[in-house]
Ligand binder design. Sequence first.
Ligand code: HEC
Ligand code: HEC
Length: 274
Amino acid sequence: MLSQDKTISCASCHSLEEGGDDNLPTAIGYLGQANPFHLNSPTVLNEALAKAQFWNGRAKDVEEQAGGPVQAPFEMHMTPKEVEERLKNVPEYVSTFQDIFGTGITFENVRKAIGAYERTLLTRGAYDDFLEGNDEAMSPAAKRGMALFISKGCKGCHTGMSVGGQSIQKFPLRSYLSEYIGLLFSSDIDIKESPFPFENKGGFLGRDDNLRFRVPILRNIIKTAPYFHNGSVEKLEEAVRIMSKYQIGDEFNKEQIDDMVAFLKTLDGKLVEY
Ligand code: HEC
Ligand code: HEC
């Protein structure tokens, strides 16, 4: 009901069974339109714990965020007035909104209702069991990965209960271009016109076109491939390698990457029941 032709829901792009996203490189919305910036759908799981929403952090919380996709012409393509009119045709919504908000069906109340639901989408898994004292909940490889995550500084950006979502940070932190400029003088180098270590599909350059991105939440990360803002990287191992090289300046070897992935797997979890 929230999309113009009633074929797209929030769950079309944020499926709770698929880790809270769609597993596509870029989002497909109203009339089969792809996201104009080739943006990848992030997970909605644990998103309520984040301090800013969207890849460039332009909305402050899930309530504010929920108004965006409803109105975006390439997502659900509705006006606030159309949303209110549709919902007012359903007697049960009319009475429920009135009972709960006292002000009936308004676009603001719709945003608040969706946000209230999103605040229940919290997951728990092996990592939480480990933190609560169950030493067996994590394998030796996962424990080595966690030690790397802490000692190498991944936790500086992917921080908090949600393991991310708390700040906006530069990516790549260590210049990819300067490395390429150095390589210009050697032969056979395929120079891509991208400030990223992958194709700049969609041309999105982050907040204020400044290569600053809202740090992604790493909970349930094994279910949310492909990776990065434009979904250019298929494998979690490759995402970890890129992070180690360009964000901490210490490219991991295969063993370290495998340990890190073993740790990231423990961040997978199930929805907490309410
Ligand atoms: C057509 C696919 C599509 C639909 C439909 C859609 N979303 Fe999204 N969602 C996305 C994409 C793509 C982004 C990232 C956009 C950006 O950063 O500009 C996103 C971002 C988000 C975020 C922020 C996540 C983060 O990590 O920053 C939340 C929360 C969210 N959507 C919830 C919703 C809700 C609630 C609805 C329904 C009202 C909805 N989405 C409908 C594709 C979709
Ligand atoms: C300086 C901050 C910073 C540090 C340090 C950092 N990251 Fe990131 N990480 C980011 C940002 C920002 C992105 C999003 C970049 C993008 O999509 O363009 C990201 C993306 C990721 C992704 C892909 C997430 C997704 O949903 O697509 C993974 C996985 C990841 N980081 C793991 C790590 C690991 C492991 C480390 C340590 C080796 C690490 N990061 C260190 C800021 C950081």
